[in-house]
Design a binder for this molecule. Structure first.
Ligand code: UD1
Length: 341
């Protein structure tokens, strides 16, 4: 298959591109590099011995989208490109709605025009909002609590309407839980710009000495150790979920929703302990107030993905931390070589 991967230079995009190439697919990446480094794809090429056709361009530019899809031959699109920082989305809602929603509309217009009607969309468990009614299955009500989450919810609505209007579409909405880890080579991984918003990259930067201490947001939640519980999933398992969804769409029309999670929750303190074990040294942490908008507990019911796709996550928390640490240790400043001055 020839697959267009938007946002393919990013964290999940680069791991999925690697898996696509390893399965023999042809990949064209379209990425504006606003939050990613093309070095990720250089390394994917090194790991696979195959070429990735990278186009630097923005989904907000309709002509670029039209030109890339107009080259022809595409069987499907995996759509990762989007802004994803919750706090920033609260400060700059218009930027988020424009970038994520309008960008997707441009992509869909290009796909429609050029007759490409198979799409895997990068959604998020954030669409369930602060719903503690675990495990979360795909029938739970959607109630995103911030502009970033609402862009994901709105795009899901748009795609559902599109699938209802035109039965030729084949659409998978993949709701990711908490992606962590890295390819086992340690050559590619998550490279957040600035202060990481998410737990694992923050813990990893403390472990490697870039930050002094992890702040644990809240120790008075109604959980066994008082800290928040999440469903962490290895990025390579997540990437495999995309390939499974693409394969499913090969023989099914319509719009499908799948949670991609492990079905197991881990607390913040369990994650810090597991990462300390992987890194071979205790990671310092201190308790801090709760982060506004956080749920106490969130984990997936992943049984639909297992039943429909035959997919389930295989790697446990220890492997997630070991792989994340291998990447962070070998690349303390991510893809950038720090300026010695
Ligand atoms: C967050 C986003 C969610 C997004 C997801 C992407 C919020 C409110 N939600 O989810 O929309 O889809 O990332 O993976 O930002 N924690 C700490 N200290 C830290 C960072 C996090 O204690 O420095 C805690 C949090 O309170 C939470 C857990 O670690 O209990 C996981 O946090 P995080 O990695 O930010 O993920 P989510 O909150 O699940």
């Amino acid at each position: 298959m020839k697959v267009l991967v938007t946002g393919g230079a990013g964290y999940i995009g680069s791991h999925t591109t690697l898996c696509l190439l390893q399965e023999g697919h042809e990949v064209v990446v379209l990425d504006n590099l606003v939050n990613s480094d093309p070095e990720s794809l250089e390394r994917v090429q090194r790991l696979t011995g195959r070429e990735v056709d990278v186009r630097v361009g923005d989904l907000l530019d309709e002509h670029t989208v039209d030109a890339v899809l107009g080259e022809g031959g595409f069987d499907s699109v995996i759509h990762f490109a989007g802004l994803k920082a919750v706090g920033e989305s609260v400060e700059m809602p218009l930027r988020y709605y424009r970038n994520n929603v309008v960008g997707t509309l441009n992509l869909l217009a290009g796909m429609e025009k050029h007759g490409v009607r198979t799409l895997v969309f990068s959604s998020s468990a954030t669409v369930y909002g602060a719903n503690d009614n675990v495990p979360l299955n795909e029938k739970c009500e959607l109630d995103a609590t911030n502009p970033y989450g609402r862009t994901k919810e709105q795009i899901e609505d748009i795609l559902s309407d599109l699938g209802a209007a035109d039965p030729r579409w084949r659409i998978a909405l993949l709701r990711y839980f908490n992606p962590v880890g890295a390819h086992e080579s340690g050559l590619i991984g998550e490279d957040p710009q600035g202060t990481p918003n998410n737990l694992l990259p923050f813990v990893a930067q403390v472990a490697v000495g870039r930050r002094p201490v992890v702040k644990v947001f809240g120790n008075d939640y109604p959980t066994p150790d008082g800290t928040g519980i999440r469903d962490y999933i290895h990025v390579m398992d997540l990437a495999a979920g995309h390939l499974a969804a693409l394969a499913y769409l090969g023989s099914a029309k319509g719009v499908f929703r799948w949670n991609l999670g492990t079905g197991r929750g881990s607390s913040v303190l369990e994650v810090i302990a597991a990462f300390s074990e992987a890194a071979g040294s205790a990671i310092p942490y201190e308790f801090a107030p709760r982060r506004p908008g956080d749920a106490a507990i969130s984990y997936a019911d992943p049984s639909s993905a297992l039943g429909d796709l035959g997919w389930s996550a295989e790697r446990n928390l220890a492997q997630m931390c070991a792989d994340h640490w291998r990447w962070q240790k070998a690349n303390p400043h991510g893809y950038k070589i720090p300026d010695p001055t």
